[in-house]
Design a protein around this ligand. Structure first.
Ligand code: Z5A
Length: 207
């Protein structure tokens, strides 16, 4: 692969959407071509699956269906968007990727990590992000920020204990894969969050 793959992770309302444009501009300043995308989503079919995954007004979705649909959307996304970009030397900046599956389905829903790991290998082969920025904040702070947005989706209506488990799983992943996953303290004001992101991304660019 000629391009490099960066993912942005974190619980609800920690500032992924707010900061992804900032990272894009950092890369652009360094003359790096970059593609911005997100999961679940990123292709027409994967975006249609996203609608289904986030819609709370439907029959109860089983945990298995949710997990498989995350990976079905990911398979489309990898084949039609991520791999072609990386092969052309374009860097990919993705709002959530498979760490979110470990955190939400593995941590939040207590699904078997080994099953997730099997699906990860099956769908992705060797593809993994080269760098992951994990924006971390206590659940109440993230939920408070997200609440200002109004209508809640199928994940956002979950209880606080669900999001506590998601956060724990994310932090455990960061500890296990410290080389790839860099934790950013998202409780700081935006200026400080972006200063930390600036330092991590600049170091990664010059590695
Ligand atoms: N999901 C899953 O379960 N499994 C998977 O494999 C994948 C996903 C890939 C959709 O994701 C859902 O899919 C997600 C997990 C699940 N569900 N949840 N929850 P999403 O990324 O589209 O949705 P999200 O997590 O709900 O993102 P978000 O709530 O939009 O959060 P955010 O992008 O991190 O936050 P934001 O919109 O940038 O910021 C929120 C507010 O805080 C906003 O008003 C900002 O102006 C403000 N903000 C941001 N930073 C700061 C600082 N530093 N200080 C003060 N205020 C700030």
């Amino acid at each position: 692969m000629l391009g490099r793959f960066i993912s942005l992770e974190g619980g609800e309302g920690v500032g992924k959407t707010t900061n992804i444009g900032y990272i894009q501009s950092l890369l652009a300043e360094n003359n790096i071509p970059v593609l911005l995308t997100r999961e679940p989503g990123g292709t027409p079919l994967a975006e249609a699956m996203r609608q289904l995954l986030l819609d709370k007004n439907q029959e109860e979705m089983t945990e298995q269906a949710e997990l498989l649909m995350m990976f079905a959307a990911r398979a489309q996304h990898i084949k039609h968007v991520i791999k072609p970009a990386l092969e052309q030397g374009i860097w990919v900046l993705c709002d959530r990727f498979t760490d979110a599956t470990y955190a939400y389905q593995g941590g939040g829903r207590s699904m078997d990590f080994a099953a997730i790991n099997w699906l990860e290998n099956f769908v992705q082969g060797e593809l993994r992000p080269d760098l992951t920025l994990l924006l971390d904040a206590p659940v109440k702070i993230g939920m408070g920020r997200a609440a200002q947005r109004g209508k809640l989706d199928r994940f956002e209506v979950e209880k606080i204990t669900f999001f506590e488990k998601v956060r724990e799983a994310y932090l455990a992943l960061a500890e296990q894969q410290a080389e790839r996953i860099k934790v950013v303290d998202a409780t700081q004001n935006l200026e400080h969050v972006q200063a930390e992101i600036h330092q991590l991304v600049t170091q990664f660019i010059h590695d």
